[in-house]
Every structure is written in structure tokens, then in C-alpha cells.
Design a protein around this ligand. Structure first.
Ligand code: FAD
Length: 461
């Protein structure tokens, strides 16, 4: 165990938080979305929170932590859902909240420090006549660094694909965890060494992303007689080349009826819903498409808001859907998965017939491998950890579903199902002592690990 008194002394010149309550708060993220992680991670807590004011301070802090063998877990805004930003082995939480500068917006490129709040980037980009390609539904809180290191997709995915799509992250600048920390700039495909790596192989300080000419957008809600029709409407919108859109989300009728609170007046009981962010210039084309595909326009922000102060529609979509549901019924949870694309409608029918209301379906439409694809983020009626494991195994084995398990804290088990060798190799180069966000990359301690249905990797505490 590191000598905490010596560490505190060495860090005393920096913005240091030792208050047990706020250290506890800053050691947590939205892990409580998962009842499994809530139990597993409830006692996780850092020893100290240190907040660098710039890259030079950040380098000094990492140097001190390295010398004292202290783990460092970087924190953006702590909106990750899988305990990504939680310091499993204690030590230091490195808070990025002071590193928020927007360095430049020019020639279709935005450069900002990693702690910048994404919404502020969109505001600045719009002032320059441009807009972001992609942002999470937590844009009001989440940082750019946290999105790149922990997120995967979001609003914009129906137009530009996810963060993994080449061209959506242009450059990542990071600092290594070594006796003499180095600055490394990653470009091209190399950005994926550090993107979605949970900060295990470097602390990102600056990011370059593309921006595109700004579009005047409008929020829309469409009603459909059933979920299959709603899904077909969603694909039709997604695939319509003449309609510019930023988001297409699809919900079974139970979700808007029970969880859409301030939008409930714009929904009809029993109707499935499609939520769309569409270019204002293409609203009439969208109206025609809705008529032709059996939907009904239920809400158009340009026509229906009146005096109301409504949240943006995207704050009911992506992972906000689960948040809205949890606020009504804290016993609920969720899954993230992909139904077989070529057999989608019979897969929907089979899942509904066999699991009923245990899984209430919600799709986010995205461009994946060049095609409009439905990412499924169902609300889950959670009963027990055993049932959850059994459900995941059954969905994967008997229904051809790919589950990106959001009830796991490691990179391998959550999304990729295998180790990313380039991320592991990069960690060997950037973090030789394994001090960055320990416990999140299984391969670091167990290079031969292979996923096994129903088996969780247990981190050492
Ligand atoms: P944090 O939670 O603080 O960190 C996320 C991970 O990145 C952690 O592993 C952390 O250690 C690491 N990290 C943070 N900053 C750095 C850095 N500078 N260098 C290295 N590593 C770093 N995600 C999506 O992809 N799309 C969505 O639409 C979406 N919607 C959401 C809705 C809700 C209601 C919630 C609760 C979550 C949602 N998420 C979504 C997950 C999460 O909000 C996003 O991933 C978000 O971008 C995380 O940003 P953050 O600043 O909060 O990161």
C-alpha cells in the first residue's frame, strides 16, 4: 500500500480534495443503472481527488503518483454507466474539470481540452456556423474526453456512424504514466488505441474532432400502431437520402406511456413512438413519408411547443430512456444489444413472444458498416443477477442476439468480448506499472482470458 501521507504532502501544491463525502461522490459514476454493479462497486472509493489546471500540472501529478506507486483513475463528468470512472483500487481520482479550453474551430476541425463539456463545444461550433457530428444524450454534463474514452455513440449516429467510424475522431493527445511522462499524439486509426479504452493507457488532454456546416434541426414525435410499424418507419427515415436527420429512435408503446412525462400529452396510449431530429427544411418530406408508411405526426417542435419549456427530445433517447424509466421505477434496469439484422422482424416477434414485458424494446438507429442498423437498448424488468445472466446467455445462444453487457466493469466483458491487442500493447508502452484505472482491462493481468457465458471476471480488491 502506498504511503498516503507522503503522497498527500507531495501533492499539496495542487487542487486537492480530501473531504470524505466529496471524494466518495467523485469516485462514483452512473454505475447504479446496474443492480449488479451497484452491489459490486458500492464500497469503491479513492483516497484523494486531484484536479490539474493544465497539462503541465497534470504531468507533475502523474509523475508523483508514479513515484509513489499510486493508481490514477481519470474522471470527466462521471456519467459513464459501467463504473468506468470508478477507482477500483483506490488511489487518486484525476478530475479534468479545469481543463475545458476550446483551442480552435477552423476549417472543419474543432480542437478542445479533454475536460470541455460537450454542450459548450456545440454552442461554440454553432457560433462558427458549424456543429458537432456526434454527442451523447448527456451532452449537458459529459466531457469530450469522457465521451472519447468511455462512450461509443449517440445523437448524430444515423448520419455519421459511431465514435468507432473512421474520421469521427481526428486526433488524441495524451500523457503517459511513467517516471518521466511523455506526450503522445495519435492520429488516423491509431486514435483507437486510446478511444474507448477507459483511460487505462494514457490521460487524454486534448482532442481534435470534425465539425460540419450547421443544420437547423427540429424535434419530432411520430405515433405508429405497433412496434413493427414504428421500426419500419424508422428504417424508411434512416434510409431516405433526401431527408437529413440527426437522430431516429424507436420505442414500444409502454415506454412513452409510462416514462415520457412532459411529452406524454403528445403521445397516444397504445401507440409505439419514433422520435426524430430532422432538418427543418425536410419536415414536409418527412410528413409525406409518415403518411406513406402508416405513422401519424404527433409532435413537431416548430408547431407544438407553444409556451412550454420542454427538454430536448434526445433527453428521452439513448441511455436517457433508462434514466427516465428508473426515475419512475427504480427496480428497472437495461441491456444493450443487437438483434440479427437480416432477420430483425421475426427476432422482434420471438423476443416479445418469449420474454413479454421482461424486455421492453427501444432501438437507436445508427449507421453501422455502411448500413442503417437498429441498436437495441431495452428497458429490463430486473429480478435477480442469476436471471440476468441466464437471459443474456439465452439471448446470445438461442436468438442470435449480440449483448454488450452493461452490467460488467471491464472493457472486454462490456463491449468487445475480447481484448483489443493494440490497446493492450499501447498500455504496455504507456503504463508499465499498470497504475491507470486498474481492474478495467482483464488482459493486463490475464492475457489468456476468454469470455465464457455467465462467468464474470472478478477484480482484486
Ligand atoms: P466519465 O464517466 O467521467 O468517464 C468515462 C470513462 O472515460 C472512464 O473510464 C474515465 O476514466 C475515462 N476518462 C474520462 N476522461 C478521460 C481523459 N481525459 N483521459 C482518459 N480517460 C478519461 N454514452 C454514449 O456513448 N452515448 C449516449 O448517448 C449516452 N447517453 C447516456 C445517457 C445517460 C443518462 C447516462 C447516465 C449515460 C449515457 N452515456 C452515453 C454514457 C456516458 O454519458 C458517456 O459515455 C459520456 O460521454 C461520458 O462522459 P463523462 O465526461 O461523464 O466521462
Amino acid at each position: 500500500m502506498a504511503d498516503l501521507i507522503a503522497l498527500r504532502d507531495a501533492l499539496s501544491g495542487f487542487d486537492l480534495d480530501e473531504n470524505p463525502n466529496s471524494v466518495q461522490r467523485k469516485s462514483r459514476d452512473f454505475y447504479w443503472y446496474s443492480p449488479v454493479l451497484m452491489e459490486q462497486l458500492k464500497d469503491v472509493c479513492a483516497d484523494l481527488v486531484v484536479t490539474p489546471k493544465d497539462e503541465a500540472e497534470l504531468i507533475e501529478i502523474l509523475k508523483i503518483c508514479y513515484a509513489h506507486d499510486v493508481p490514477v483513475t481519470t474522471r470527466g463528468a462521471g456519467t459513464g454507466n459501467y463504473g468506468q470512472a470508478m477507482p477500483l483500487e483506490g488511489g487518486v481520482v484525476l478530475h479534468m474539470k479545469h481543463m475545458t479550453a476550446i483551442k480552435s474551430i477552423a476549417d472543419g476541425v474543432l480542437v478542445a481540452e479533454a475536460g470541455a463539456i460537450i454542450k459548450n463545444l456545440e454552442i461554440a461550433a454553432r457560433e462558427a456556423g458549424t456543429e458537432l457530428r456526434l454527442f451523447p444524450s448527456t451532452t449537458a454534463m459529459a466531457t469530450l474526453g469522457g465521451f472519447i474514452a468511455g462512450g461509443s455513440s449517440g445523437i448524430g449516429a444515423i448520419r455519421w456512424g459511431g465514435l468507432r467510424t473512421p474520421g469521427n475522431i481526428l486526433r488524441v493527445r495524451l500523457v503517459t504514466m511513467e517516471a518521466e511522462p511523455r506526450i503522445i499524439e495519435l492520429t488516423g486509426d491509431d486514435v483507437f488505441k486510446a478511444a474507448h479504452a477507459y483511460g487505462v493507457n494514457g490521460v487524454i488532454t486534448e482532442i481534435e474532432i470534425p465539425v460540419d456546416p450547421a443544420v437547423d434541426w427540429c424535434d419530432v414525435l411520430i405515433g405508429a400502431p405497433d412496434f413493427t410499424t414504428a421500426t419500419k418507419i424508422s428504417f424508411a427515415i434512416g434510409e431516405a437520402e433526401t431527408i437529413t436527420k440527426r437522430m431516429v429512435s424507436t420505442f414500444e408503446a409502454e415506454i412513452p406511456a409510462a416514462y415520457f412525462n412532459r411529452y406524454t400529452e403528445f403521445t397516444v396510449p397504445g401507440e409505439a413512438v419514433v422520435a426524430v431530429i430532422v432538418a427543418r427544411a425536410d419536415l414536409e418530406k418527412l410528413e409525406t413519408l409518415i403518411d406513406e408508411t402508416g405513422g401519424s405526426m404527433r409532435f413537431r417542435a416548430d408547431r407544438d411547443i407553444g409556451d412550454r419549456r420542454l427538454p430536448a427530445v434526445y433527453e428521452y433517447c439513448w441511455n436517457h430512456t433508462t434514466l427516465r424509466a428508473l426515475k419512475v421505477d427504480p427496480s428497472l434496469s437495461y441491456l444493450q444489444m443487437m438483434l440479427p439484422h437480416d432477420d430483425l422482424y421475426s427476432a422482434i416477434a420471438r423476443v416479445k413472444a418469449d420474454f413479454g414485458d421482461e424486455l421492453i424494446l427501444h432501438f437507436e438507429m445508427t449507421i453501422f458498416a455502411g448500413k442503417v442498423t437498429a441498436m437495441c437498448m431495452p428497458v429490463l424488468r430486473y429480478t435477480s443477477a442469476e436471471r440476468l445472466e441466464q437471459l443474456i446467455v439465452t439471448l446470445e445462444h438461442d436468438y442470435g442476439v449480440i449483448v454488450f453487457n452493461p452490467h460488467r466493469v471491464t472493457l472486454e466483458e462490456g463491449g468487445m468480448k475480447k481484448t483489443d491487442p493494440s490497446q493492450l500493447q499501447f498500455k504496455r508502452e504507456t503504463d508499465p506499472k499498470g497504475l491507470l484505472n486498474p481492474g478495467k482491462m482483464i488482459a493486463w493481468t490475464d492475457p489468456d482470458w476468454r469470455p465464457e457465458p455467465g462467468r464474470a471476471y472478478l477484480f482484486n480488491r
